[in-house]
Ligand binder design. Sequence first.
Ligand SMILES: Nc1ncnc2c1ncn2[C@@H]1O[C@H](COP(=O)(O)OP(=O)(O)OP(=O)(O)O)[C@@H](O)[C@H]1O
Ligand SMILES: [Mg+2]
Length: 241
Amino acid sequence: KVPQSPTFLKTRTAHEVLETLNWAQVTSDFVIVTLAAGMGKTMACRHYCATRPHAYLATVSPHTKNVHAMLIELAAELNVQEHNPARLTRAIGKKLERIGGGTLLIIDEAQNLVDDAINQLRHFVDIYGCGVALVGNDEVYGRFASKSEGRSYAQLRRRIGKRLNRRQPLRQDLEAFIDAWGVTDPVAVKTLIGMGLKGGALGQIDKTLKLAAMLAMANDEPINARHVETAWKNRDVEDIA
Ligand SMILES: Nc1ncnc2c1ncn2[C@@H]1O[C@H](COP(=O)(O)OP(=O)(O)OP(=O)(O)O)[C@@H](O)[C@H]1O
Ligand SMILES: [Mg+2]
C-alpha cells in the first residue's frame, strides 16, 4: 500500500492563485503568477481548470518554448485540428475567443518561453479577448523588470493587469498541509515546517511524508518525528534542498 497525499486544499496561497486566475478570465486580462518551487502553482491551476468552464492549461517545456512549438502544444491542449501552420494562430484564437463569463489560457512553466512566444500570447489577449495567465518561477517576471529597454517590453509590461508573487511559503499553508496528512506529533510538525521553509515548500514536505508514512505503516504507528527524520535522511537531499 502506498500512502496517499492529501487532495486539493484551499490554502491561503491556493486561494490567491484561484482569485488571480479568475480575475484574468473574467476581465480578459494578462496576469502573472510566480511562486517558488513546490508552493502549489500546478496543483491550483489544475484545480481551477477542473472546476471552471472555458479554462485551459498548457505546460511548456524547453522543447516547446518557441512560438511554433508552443502553438502546436496549445492546439493539442485545446483540441484544435489545424495542420496548416499559416492558419494555426487563428484556429487557436477562435477557440480562445471570449464567450460568456470569459475564457482563460493558463501557461504553466512559463519561464521556459522565449519573448516572441509571450508576445504571441499577448496577441491572443488583444485580438480574441481571452485571459492569459503566465505561471512559473520568478524568471517569468524577471525578464520584464531587467530588460527595461525595448518597445516590445513596454507593450508587454503595460498589459500585465495583475501579478501574484511569493518567494517564501506561508507557514499557515505548510501547517494546513501537514495537518491534512494527519501528522500530529509536534516535533514531527516542527521538523516538517523547517524542511518546507528551506525550499521546495509543500512538494518537499509531501515527498518526505510519503516515505515517513510508509515507515509508520510498516510499524503500525502514527507518523512521528523519528519516521520523519529517517525519511529525510533516506531521501538524502539535505544539501540540495
Ligand atoms: N493546494 C494544495 N492542496 C494539496 N496539496 C498541495 C497543494 N498545493 C501543493 N500541494 C502538494 O505539493 C506538491 C507540489 O505542488 P505543485 O506541483 O503544485 O507545486 P509547483 O508550485 O507547481 O512547483 P514547481 O515550481 O516545482 O512546478 C503537490 O504534489 C502536492 O502534493
Ligand atoms: Mg509546477
